[in-house]
Ligand binder design. Structure first.
Ligand code: CTP
Length: 218
């Protein structure tokens, strides 16, 4: 990691869904709006951080003062992050990365006659786990990930915190998708647990941006 420029914390934020192409006009994706990640980028700029926002396909305006890199697929997001992560002090991984992508992307439209008249199936292959690939060389960076869970996700979120070597995981539910409000539980590697119920994503973003890095006093 190179030294901070001018003493400012260098923050990378990912936001929005990824889009995995089937053919030139169709894709697999999810309902992520990008609002949470964009709110984090905005809060980080307001806190004086130097911010790079790596965004999947969303129609949101770039927060003033943030450098934006637009990507489409999980693999593009991984490539953009590879360099940005090396140079950062903190990563907020709010993107809803598609776990799978079609094995092949058709060059022309996927026609009925190729797909089958009665039934069609699409072969999927796993995408890389971007966060896990980065945190192998985490150093003393602050890494905050998200866990979108249905039902009681506490146990699963804790397991993601460990497995993906995050410092904090932000547990939220599907009602957060496409909404300006959310309810989250922030779980820390230090065993801390903080619930923020029915808050605006802007308010949650402010709390996240203020989380201490590993070894940093609160
Ligand atoms: N993530 C990632 N790369 C992936 C999938 C997820 O970097 N291929 C990140 C997300 O950005 C998030 C965290 O890992 O910060 C947890 O994502 P989530 O979708 O909740 O977990 P998954 O590992 O995809 O597990 P599952 O969907 O099976 O619950």
């Amino acid at each position: 990691m190179s030294p901070r420029r001018g003493g400012r914390r260098r923050v990378v934020v990912t936001a929005g869904p990824t889009r995995e192409r089937i053919d030139p006009v169709r894709y697999l994706s999810n309902d992520s709006s990008g609002i949470m990640g964009f709110a984090i980028a905005e809060a980080a700029v307001a806190a004086g951080d130097e911010v790079t926002l790596i965004a999947g396909p969303v129609g949101l305006p770039t927060p003033r003062g943030a450098r934006r890199v637009d990507v489409e697929s999980a693999r593009e997001m991984q490539a953009a992050l590879r360099e940005a992560f090396k140079e950062c002090d903190a990563l907020f991984m709010a993107a809803a990365v598609c776990d799978f992508r079609p094995k092949r992307c058709f060059r022309g439209k996927w026609r009925k006659k190729e797909a089958g008249q009665e039934r069609a199936s699409l072969e999927l292959v796993p995408n890389p786990d971007i966060l896990s690939s980065l945190t192998r060389r985490k150093g003393d960076r602050l890494v905050v990930g998200f866990a979108l869970e249905t039902g009681d996700g506490l146990r699963r979120a804790k397991s993601k915190l460990e497995k993906k070597r995050m410092d904090y995981v932000v547990l939220n539910g599907p009602s957060a998708l496409n909404s300006s409000k959310t309810s989250v539980t922030i779980l820390g590697r230090d065993g801390s647990q903080r619930c923020l119920a029915d808050r605006t994503k802007r308010a949650v973003a402010k709390v996240l941006v203020g989380l201490p890095a590993p070894g940093e006093a609160r």
